[in-house]
Design a protein around this ligand. Structure first.
Ligand code: PEP
Ligand code: MG
Length: 594
């Protein structure tokens, strides 16, 4: 590789968002779809029909191109993602997209490109104002479709990733899922984009193809030139342009270490998650989309510990009907047999926005009409979801989980409604699992405080640490100004976790965790010591957590927890845990060797 002849200074270091882990070292393949500046202009009245026709033709061309992409995809792991292309084809038929653009051409006599640009900007403003990360990332779907339409309008040739002849790292302003699907894993060894978020479809595809990726680099596509040497660290979210020979060597060693660790972790896939003294922990996957199921299986997950059903309600104009929910839950359950899937009922409200569900503006949405509070008010919607879940339970192992339960009365209300639905299904002779397990998320401090009372009335607990920490410490989980106070190892959190697990154990129910804390191997020994026996996480973390579990004794975790509970501050606890884990697992938590 030519390490010298490019204009940028050596080791130009850029920081973005790592969305697919791993290190790639290679040369830039620039997917040069330069950001163009369009000058708005008007057309004569008699030209208006021709302008509308030009726009219609661009719509049709785009539709046909996407159909072609769909036909060419044959790899089974990609077929699961074809729905994204369907979504894009659907966007091409969107009434607002077409209606507004044609309206601007007709009423303001704008040329088609300018009219399309204005319509797309309106869509973008709408999406950018959304706080929820997943929903905001859906803007990338509009951007992809808009870009394709614009290229077709301008008569630009669609450069395809199929044109790559040798291994390269793709750099682009933006990649559409259609681009990503055309990536040949032997040629595209990584990708980097100016825009994008963690949950954009392109990022999800990158993870599922296991191609290292960094997004959100803002202007990398205008900094690089084709063939420029580049290093991409998808774990750290960094990119180095024009690496010096020393940096090159350093990252080669890091890459080898990463690949070695991945291979080693593969070996854990089929091994039980059991401590040296025989304590068994069930490790499951957190899933938002059906498409993530193969990843759970590939990483040895024992079913789904958290299915965030609200994702089914996002990005659409009306809530899914019972039939649609049933079909999806059923497929999920069937794909996971013999392991269970834990379907969490709708957790909307707060910052989780669903357009068709017109929630009133709330001054304090995190403490507002969220999750089961909302479901218990919108009973028809709630019952439809419960019916769909129960019906799916006849086809696999399904568990129901209620989010944001604050106390026994609220739980009883949910269970009463569930009983009502059960009665209706029995009366209609619709089969369902009579023994279906019913559990709750423990993520509100009041639930932790009355965990002993709640434990008598459910089959399992699953601690949602993302919310539990936010509510216990009064620290908004998404607010960067108070992020320094978001401390999972705060003594109050450890006490709350102990209280919950003790209550669960005394009542002989399963005590799990599905918040992000469960995915952090640094905490695995603590969670073992606290007695958690079900941990659910993004599937790619399962092997790392399992590796720690298999090398320790539960007893050691108990001793550690007893000691940690004597500290007064989160900093002291964190320091002790870091040192202890680095001593036990120098290769995982020790200082970097290079
Ligand atoms: C949690 O709060 O920890 C959790 C798993 O739920 P969510 O992140 O969806 O609020
Ligand atoms: Mg939560």
């Amino acid at each position: 590789m030519d390490l010298e002849n490019h204009n940028l200074p050596p080791d130009t270091f850029l920081v973005g968002l790592g969305v697919s882990p791993g290190i790639s070292i290679g040369e830039v393949f620039l997917l040069n779809r330069a950001r163009r500046t369009l000058v708005e202009h008007h057309v004569a009245a008699e030209q208006v029909p021709a302008e509308v026709a030009r726009f219609q033709r661009a719509l049709e061309d785009s539709r046909q191109q996407l159909q072609k992409v769909k036909k060419r995809v044959s790899a089974p792991h990609l077929r699961d993602h074809l729905y994204i292309i369907d979504t894009h084809i659907m966007i091409l038929g969107d009434e607002m997209l077409i209606g507004d653009t044609v309206g601007l051409i007709e009423q303001q006599q704008l040329n088609a490109e300018s009219a399309l640009k204005r319509t797309l900007n309106k869509f973008r403003e709408f999406f950018d104002a959304i706080e929820d990360e997943y929903l905001r990332d859906r803007r990338s779907d509009i951007d992809s479709v808009g870009e394709r339409l614009m290229r077709n309008l301008l008569g630009e040739r669609q450069k395809s990733l199929g044109e790559i002849e040798r291994k390269a790292i793709v750099v682009a302003h933006q990649l559409s899922p259609a681009d990503t699907m055309q990536m040949d894993r032997d040629k595209v060894i990584g990708f980097v984009t100016d825009v994008g978020g963690r949950t954009s479809h392109t990022a999800i595809l990158g993870r599922s193809l296991e191609i290292p990726a960094v997004v959100g680099l803002e202007n990398i596509s205008s900094l690089v030139s084709p063939g420029m040497p580049v290093i991409l660290d998808g774990t750290a979210g960094t990119v180095i342009l024009n690496p010096s020979p020393e940096t090159f060597k350093e990252y080669l060693a890091k890459k080898q270490a990463f690949e070695y660790l991945e291979k080693e972790l593969q070996a854990y896939r089929d091994l039980p998650a059991e401590t040296l003294d025989g304590f068994s922990v069930t490790l499951r996957g957190n899933v938002e989309l059906l498409q993530e199921v193969p990843g759970v299986l590939a990483h040895g997950g024992a079913g789904v510990g958290l299915f965030r059903s609200e994702f089914l309600f996002f990005n659409r104009s009306r809530p899914p009907a019972e039939e649609e929910q049933y079909a999806l839950y059923r497929e999920l359950a069937q794909k996971m047999i013999p392991e269970p899937v834990t379907i969490r009922t709708l957790d909307v409200g707060g910052d989780k926005f669903v357009p068709e569900i017109n929630l009133a503006e709330e001054a304090n949405p995190a403490m507002g009409l969220r999750a089961v509070r909302f479901s218990l008010r919108e009973r028809r919607l709630f019952k439809e979801q419960l019916r769909a879940i129960l019906r799916a339970s006849a086809f696999g192992r399904v568990r129901i989980m209620f989010p944001m339960i604050s106390g026994v009365a609220e739980l009883r209300e949910c269970k009463a409604l569930l009983d009502e639905v059960r009665g209706e299904l029995r009366a209609e002779s619709v089969p369902f699992d009579e023994e279906i397990e019913v559990g709750i998320m423990i993520e509100i401090p009041s639930a932790a405080l009355v965990a002993d009372l709640l434990a008598r009335e459910v089959d399992f607990f699953s601690v949602g640490t993302n919310d539990l920490i936010q509510y216990c410490l009064a620290v908004d989980r998404g607010n960067e100004h108070v992020a320094y106070l978001y401390e999972p190892l705060h003594p109050a959190i450890l006490r709350a976790l102990k209280m919950i697990s003790d209550a669960g154990r005394n009542a002989e129910i399963k005590v799990g965790m599905c918040g992000e804390m469960a995915a952090e191997p640094l905490y695995s020994l603590i969670l073992l010591g606290l007695g958690f026996n079900e941990l659910s996480m993004n599937a790619s973390y399962i092997p790392r957590v399992k590796r720690v579990i298999r090398q320790v004794r539960k007893e050691e975790g108990e001793t550690l927890v007893a000691h940690l509970l004597t500290f007064a501050t989160a900093k002291d606890i964190a320091r002790f845990v870091e040192e202890e884990m680095a001593r036990r697992f120098p290769e995982l938590f020790g200082p970097p060797s290079i």
